[in-house]
Write a protein that binds this ligand. Structure first.
Ligand code: FMN
Length: 408
């Protein structure tokens, strides 16, 4: 989804730089539009660098006009391409212009030209905020459906104290998400996700591992974070780029993964075990490299730690949810159902890894969700990010039901 961020000429303009990042964190593509006054406070280069897009500033000439038709009608192109317009900070001047339909620069013309929902976050001196003109302009805007994120009270840059400080960036992001219909249904939840393979050393240069790329676990971490969760990601070795999360821990072996999981488990409301943890490991570990000629003909293996089984044994906290994965090549549903029961899971994501378009190291997956009450939900082939969201839909619903049951 694409959002235009209008920045007008107030002291709080510098905070809009961080807002770009936070909106991007929600998966939004951000295009910045600045007024002439805003450019007195922050340079367009800052926003161009952060957003990865040219910053729109002028209607005529300069960067936006320049005599070619594409840039001359850029305000209409932007107006039609965005899903929301957020102005933060919004000056008293911009609010007045919006209320009266004035369109004398790029931003105010965009306000008239777009049909996307608009959100304004005013910031100004307390007297300007309390002035009857500002009040009436805001009333007009509210009546027309513009969402207003009211400023906070506190110490203002002008030296006065009172209402007028730009609202918290989190509340502005929330208003944008709400206007876009983005879900924030996991806010307040801590979700622990494991991802990737593990490596079990044979000697100091060789190991046993599997084909897991970590993409499925990373998709869970990213999707959960976008839905407002605090995410703890424990990742085995992978070349995939991890999403930005609250806590990222990198581990190598099943033993290290177990140790990290049990260190974080008590703070987690939901645990999603998407990692492909080794089932067995070499019984003997050699220091240094085993010489080619002296190489063993037979390698003895022993079971690696079973994190899920250990988790179901240690699980004390009521209401904590555990979602497991069953990666199978044969008898997918029977094997997954057996795992669900044996490990006392709240949900199993059954994953047919024999298919070329699903499972390990591809961007798509085909899974079936199984629940302890016997329900099964088969999902068609979809991108791993979408699979993660479908699973999280079920997680959010089960959490909601558990919370309302606890209240009764
Ligand atoms: C240092 C300084 C800080 C300002 N801070 C604000 C502010 O926080 N809010 C506001 O509404 N106007 C503020 N103004 C006044 C606006 O910059 C002025 O009204 C300008 O015309 C707004 O233009 P714009 O709405 O096109 O960005 C400030 C002016 C200066 C010089």
């Amino acid at each position: 989804m694409r959002v235009a961020l209008g920045v007008s000429g107030g002291i709080a303009a510098y905070k809009a730089a961080e807002l770009v990042r936070l909106l991007q964190d929600k998966g939004l593509d951000v295009q910045v539009v600045m007024t002439r006054s805003a450019r007195e406070f922050v340079t367009p280069l800052t926003f161009a660098t952060l957003s990865g897009h040219k910053v729109s500033t002028e209607m005529f000439g300069g960067e936006a006009g320049g005599g070619n038709i594409e840039s001359a009608v850029e305000h209409i192109a932007v107006a039609q391409s965005i899903d929301a317009l957020v102005i933060a900070p919004a000056t008293a001047n911009v609010l007045a212009k919006m209320a009266h339909g004035v369109a004398d620069d790029f931003l105010t013309t965009l306000c008239l030209a777009t049909q996307a929902p608009a959100i304004v976050a005013p910031a100004m001196n307390v007297n300007m905020w309390e002035h009857a003109a500002t009040r009436e302009n805001l009333e007009t805007l509210r009546r027309r459906g513009v969402r207003v994120v009211n400023p906070d009270e506190g110490y203002l840059a002008c030296g006065m104290t009172g209402a007028g400080r730009l609202a918290s960036l989190e509340s502005i992001v929330q208003a944008v998400c709400k206007a876009l219909g983005l879900r924030e249904d996991l806010s307040g939840e801590t979700i622990l996700v494991t991802a990737g393979p593990t490596q079990e050393p044979i000697d100091s240069v060789r190991y046993l591992s599997n084909r897991s790329s970590g993409k499925m676990g990373y998709a869970f971490a990213e999707a959960a974070r976008r839905r407002g969760a605090r995410v703890v990601l424990i990742s085995g070795p992978t070349s995939a780029e991890p999403p930005s999360v609250h806590t990222l821990e990198r581990v190598r072996t099943a033993g290290e993964m177990a140790e990290a999981v049990f260190r974080h488990v008590d703070s987690a409301d939901v645990i999603i075990m998407a990692a492909a943890v080794a089932d067995f490991r070499p019984a003997n570990h050699h220091d240094g490299k085993i010489k080619k000629l002296a190489g063993p003909q037979i390698m003895n293996l022993e079971p690696a730690v079973d994190i899920l089984a250990e988790l179901s044994r240690r699980r004390r906290r009521t209401g904590q949810m555990v979602v497991g994965f069953a990666a199978e090549t044969d008898n997918l549903i029977e094997n997954a159902a057996a795992k669900l029961r044996a490990k006392r899971l709240d949900m199993v994501v059954a994953n047919d890894v024999s298919r070329a378009d699903a499972g390990f190291d591809v961007d798509t997956n085909v899974v079936t969700l199984l629940f302890p009450d016997g329900r099964t939900i088969p999902l068609e082939k979809m991108r791993k990010f979408e699979v993660a969201n479908r699973v999280l839909d079920q997680v959010a619903e089960l959490r909601r039901l558990a919370a309302s049951a606890a209240q009764q």
